[in-house]
Design a protein around this ligand. Sequence first.
Ligand code: AMP
Length: 521
Amino acid sequence: MNRVIGIDLGTTFSCVAHLTPDGPKVIPNLEGMATTPSMVCLTSSGEILVGNLAARQALTNPDKTIFAIKRLIGHKYNSSAVEEAKRRLTYDLTEAPNGDVMIRVGDQTVTPQEASSHILNYLKRCAESYFGEPVTECVITVPAHFDDHQRQATKDAARIAGLEVLRVINEPTAASLAYGLNRNPDGLVAVYDLGGGTFDITLLEISGGVFHVLATAGDNYLGGEDFDQRIIDRLRADFQSKHGIDLGSNPYNLQRLKEAAERAKRDLSFTSETEINLPFIASDDSGSKHLQVSITRSNLEEWTRDLVERTLPLMDKVLHESNLAADKVDEILLVGGQTRMPLVRKKVEEFFGKTPNTQINPDESVALGAAIQSGILEGNGTKDIILLLDVTSMSLGIETEKGFFEKVIDKNMTIPCRKTKAFTTVENNQRRVRIHVLQGEGLRAAENTSLAMFDLVGIMDAAAGVPQIDVTFEINADGMVKVSARDVLSGREQKIIVQSSSGLSKQQVDGIIAREKHRAD
Ligand code: AMP
């Protein structure tokens, strides 16, 4: 039997786990730690450092240390997500010929998929060293709000790392599995997942081993890194006004600030005041300058309150979509390291009128849930006690006349699913229609994510509005989409299936795999 591992590929930390007869267990990394920093350093000598090794030298190599890759994966260079990411990264980004974002390190460029693959390959090696045998299959988690491009790109990263992805599952759903196994927690559960880069809120009904997701909502650009950034912005502004020097113009200083801000933020979850001390951070004609400030928990809360409050309307949204009131929720699970912040806990408690459950480990529960799913796929008996019914987090449809978006599958539909909707032509004897596949909730096509575009040709001559073009959407259990279109009138079935993909073609992925193999040999 092949071993299947469960992987949580996080924005800031990643974790790998497997299912044992006693339940899911985290596999320690090569240094014996439960989680691994999601960092990769491409050194000038061509060496690739991953995890703690990369994190430890980030200060001296800020422009070669790649972090927060999850904020880039599956995005176009010109997207607002990349614009925002650029502001805070210490490494360079560039545009690929197909418009995707790429990472530039010295004279090398790598795709976010390749960069992520180094982390996944490291986790694979951790598992292999733990089991003493090769591991080639995994279940991988993604934020519930990842669109099709981001899911596909994550799968490509795994393939480059030498891992076949048997299932992609949503992070909050995975956490609920980890919570639910062996607890028989029948009732309504809300999973509040605030990690390093993303926020998801998911509402599930658990009953007799069936985990039924009712609704999910989230924000792919809200996470712990935004909290760090608020501290960085504040320290930069204060230093600038005091000394007239912008610390952000130097990547080394930015990296020092970033590490200090994150550490201070963590400390302030457990203490009411902390100090940031960065000696010799700058100098001018008058000599060396040091940064030494004291930050209180209430300072941090004041600077980041709006970030925490941004999660509240999303919680309202899932309750509304499930026709439920907040007090009907039986259990609230906190997932993601940022939920350790007392203000986050307080706001969640106020919202639901109930103390959140803190029994699950916010750093490990997603990987543990992925391990449970991998046990189900390994066929080790878990299948008989758990049934997972997840939903699609975004609506899917096509562009119609005048740039409007017509939904075919509504968000929160249980997956896997398949739905067909009939469309028609707008001109007499129109022989071709363009099918532009979109994902999102905007009324206009331009407000949504474009997944794919294809033409259905050879439509039989007929007056406008007469042909019936059936457009069928299919979403598999990984939340990935296939679309086909058929001209019913012609009788000649013409079917085109489009599987949207990240910017990498199969040939490109194969090419990268061959190159990595060559490098390893
Ligand atoms: P995750 O993606 O779940 O690994 O979450 C990582 C995020 O949690 C990072 O932004 C960390 O800075 C943040 N985090 C970890 N521990 C704490 C803590 N004690 N207080 C506040 N944030 C934390």
